[in-house]
Design a protein around this ligand. Sequence first.
Ligand SMILES: Nc1ncnc2c1ncn2[C@@H]1O[C@H](COP(=O)(O)OP(=O)(O)OP(=O)(O)O)[C@@H](O)[C@H]1O
Length: 373
Amino acid sequence: MIVFDDVVKRYPDGTVAVDHLSLTVPEGTLTVFVGPSGCGKTTSLRMINRMIDPTAGTITLGGVDVMTRDANQLRRGIGYVIQHAGLFPHRRVVDNVATVPRLLGVSRKQARTRAYELLERVGLTAEHGNRYPSQLSGGQQQRVGVARALAADPPVLLMDEPFSAVDPVVRKDLQTELLRLQGELHKTVVLVTHDIDEAITLGDRVAVMRPGGTLAQYSTPDELLTNPADDFVADFLGLDRGVRLLSFFPSNGVPLRTDNVAADGDSVPPDDDWILITDENRRPLGWLNGPVATGERASETQGLISFGHTFTPGSDSLRAALDSAVLSPAGYAVAVDGDGRVLGVVSQESLAAHIRLSHGHARSVRPGTATAP
Ligand SMILES: Nc1ncnc2c1ncn2[C@@H]1O[C@H](COP(=O)(O)OP(=O)(O)OP(=O)(O)O)[C@@H](O)[C@H]1O
């Protein structure tokens, strides 16, 4: 557990970077510090591993004031990942990862074996390990940065804008990878970003900081989206926070129709505008708009319209279901099971009603939000 207690950082030129910050990062969770440029995120992060010392207040790690710890020894228990990975360019990737274990006295052979294991863990191969950093893509270098930070198996991981230097697709991959790793490793992670979407995707808890280094709000992502503390937080979250909130609601329980789903070649009800045609294994083929003669295969005679992307109740969110319905030419989202077989379809209108119900339920169970608009 990391505890900031009334922490202030004033730089020698008088700039107050962090202003009376108090918050607790629970053990084994991922906390994100987010906010506009210059609001004190990096300064706060670096005070944890004593790269910067606070002017006032205390930071404790596992109950011990970090200022009472030897800085080098403290840092051995704290992995640190930065933007652009910060790898040693003249050392092979595997030796970059093995650096800290070597410093800690692990034999070269053992350190390399562990480094190859870690590279695999972050989605790289031994072949990547044998290259130099410049021979890897930016995203791969970031993965090496994560592997290197994990090499000494530290209980705490600090990540400063770790994915900012890569393109959005790679960034999404790296975020997914981090969540998967965290699901296995349960480190106490503090991650700095200026990207609120990244914060909401990754954080168990999110600390929104405002210019001047004060804490605007510290809560779970769904609480943040439901109940922003003030206009600054609401503006920072952006206009579509209602839709983003749907990411936190499961899609199981949405009312599915099956009466307008038919296997190719089966007779279809005559009075429904849109019929979803499936193959014999109930995998979707496309939408049929209009009548089809009995015995004919709609897929051969009618030209089916793409069903777009599907969603899986239980594993996908209400946001995914709504997206599927909005993008569907028929106005219906197609629900499939884990094997891609059609479970049914749900219209935009039914989803809207279900979303209203889900929101109502969320409000009624969340303390202090019963009167929220
Ligand atoms: N060494 C320093 N001396 C004086 N002021 C500094 C120093 N380092 C940072 N600052 C100032 O402290 C404030 C907080 O900086 P910090 O880097 O912590 O912000 P940040 O939220 O991480 O910003 P960014 O998202 O742009 O990286 C800024 O106003 C910055 O200019």
